[in-house]
Design a protein around this ligand. Structure first.
Ligand code: SAH
Length: 346
């Protein structure tokens, strides 16, 4: 039985070096195995061809490699790819590859399900089952990178933590994964190409600022009026906008990094003039830009995308205040791969 064997990727490089030293081998062997496990993404000890057969066997006897498995890959007509990823305990998360003419972006999950209860998001209906481990987050990125090379002839260029889960509710593991992704021993990717998207957990936003992180921050705002925001994102009653504002000011003070606000405009919810005025006020607190996201219906029609006129009102009001606003079209809708649609349907 494998139950007593430890996942080798829970070991740091130093621990791995020490393991070999303890077993009468050179510590350097630890570096070689570490490279196989992370930058080369080996799924089994057999893959490690420059390690002697006896050593591979010894590793086999002591450890397992808990690797994710892409169970199902779906390809959209627009080039978007969605992976259903099976974890070692059988649970499934989804990750998405989004190609544009100049980039390939991986949209990565941080939890199985989600503990937040955003009324417009399909993942919320799954509830949170568990946090992902650092290697499970890293492996999703690696799998998308491989697919990007295979189907789009170029490596992955950007990562967004906008898949399933709330990354700041699994902070420690997300940071460990990002450390690995950005380290030369992992994928060597620049943190500037990574964006963490959060519903807004003030305490953790401050912690990130204190930790001096170098990646970008996006906040799913959707409304700058407490009453409205709480009605669609109930946790806003615990973390109200005043606390969010204060944490974002703290973030900017420390990092000098501009914040992106994600914002969907819904009919009858946040399509009034006062909603726009409140957003403009909120934008005055710290340097920011707005991504207006297209709504992806998740079933019962309780939420509907606002009219083009309402969206145009937002754009012209924001632009007249010199606030940068981008309109984000959804990708991969035909395979339920767009924002808020990740719910393990298959
Ligand atoms: N929990 C994090 C990351 C996951 S959600 C967060 O809240 O930011 C990623 C983005 O998709 C968020 O901006 C979220 O508000 C948005 N989203 C969720 N459901 C959506 C839907 N049905 N249509 C469009 N965007 C949605």
């Amino acid at each position: 039985m494998d139950v007593k064997k430890k996942d080798i990727r829970a070991l740091t490089k130093d621990q791995l070096r020490f393991f070999f030293e303890e077993n009468g081998d050179k510590p350097f062997r630890g570096n070689q195995v570490y490279e196989w496990l992370w930058s080369k993404g080996a799924h089994s000890f057999e893959d490690m061809t420059n390690i002697s057969l006896a050593t591979r066997r010894m590793l086999q006897e002591n450890f397992i490699i808990n690797h994710i498995r892409v169970d199902q890959m779906q390809r959209s007509t627009d080039g978007t790819i969605k992976n259903a990823v099976r974890l070692h305990d059988g649970l499934i998360v989804e990750s998405v590859l989004i190609p544009t003419p100049t980039r390939t972006t991986a949209c990565i999950s941080s939890q199985v399900g989600c503990s937040l209860d955003c009324k417009f998001c399909a993942t919320a209906r799954l509830k949170r089952m568990r946090n992902l481990n650092p290697d499970e987050i890293y492996d999703q990125v690696k799998a998308i990178d491989n697919e990007s090379r295979l189907y789009h002839n170029r490596p992955l260029s950007n990562i967004v933590f906008m898949g399933m889960g709330e990354p700041l509710m699994n902070y420690k593991n997300v940071i460990k994964a990002i450390d690995k992704i950005t380290s030369s021993e992992g994928m060597g990717m620049s943190p500037k190409r990574i964006t963490l998207s959060t519903s807004g957990v003030p305490k953790m936003i401050k912690k990130m600022a204190d930790d001096d992180v170098r990646f970008n921050l996006a906040v799913s705002l959707h409304s700058a009026i407490d009453e409205v925001r709480t009605s669609i994102m109930p946790f806003n009653s615990t973390f109200p906008l005043a606390d969010l504002k204060e944490s974002l000011e703290y973030w900017y003070e420390k990092t000098k990094s501009r914040i992106t606000y994600e914002y969907v405009v819904w009919k009858g919810i946040n399509d009034r003039k006062e909603d726009i005025d409140a957003l403009i006020r909120f934008c005055s607190y710290v340097p920011c830009k707005i991504n207006l996201i297209e709504y992806n219906p998740i079933d019962d029609g309780e939420f509907q995308q606002a009219s083009n006129k309402a969206i145009d009102n937002y754009i012209s009001a924001l632009e007249s205040r010199n606030i940068v606003v981008n309109v984000r079209r959804s990708r991969g809708k035909d395979i339920d791969a767009a924002c808020g649609q990740l719910a393990n349907k298959s």
